[in-house]
Design a protein around this ligand. Structure first.
Ligand code: ZN
Length: 123
């Protein structure tokens, strides 16, 4: 996957700054390798992997999904964002990748959430 890059033309600055405010960024030298810990509220994922960062942006969404979208673009339908680092609270775009939902399904309730991040509603 190519390097993450913010699409400044399509970025909602207010939203982005609100998100960034809750992310613990590593020092620049370690920005790519270390996890970006989410400091905001969390939800879901009661299994052994722990919870996901929650980010409200007019609709319930996940902090790592938001990170993926602003750095790589919309998440295609039926794909979900996977943490390569296995840290669910991580928002580091270098640690995120998308997988077809079927191969990474953890909970049946995720089915509902598929619609949230769909690529069709965002300009
Ligand atoms: Zn990470």
């Amino acid at each position: 996957m190519s390097d993450p890059k913010l699409d400044l033309n399509n970025l909602n600055r207010e939203e982005y700054e609100r998100w960034l405010d809750k992310v613990q960024l590593p020092s620049p030298a370690k920005r790519q390798t270390e996890c970006w810990h989410w400091l905001g509220s969390t939800r879901g994922g009661r299994g052994k992997g722990g919870q996901y960062g929650q980010f409200w942006r007019g609709k319930p969404d996940y902090a790592h999904r938001y990170s993926f979208e602003i750095h790589y673009g919309p998440i295609p339908d039926n794909y979900e964002v996977d943490h390569v680092c296995k840290n669910r609270l991580c928002c580091n775009p270098w640690h995120l990748r998308i997988l077809p939902r079927r191969s990474n399904r953890r909970r049946v309730s995720h089915r509902k959430e598929v619609k949230w991040g769909g690529g069709t509603t965002k300009n």
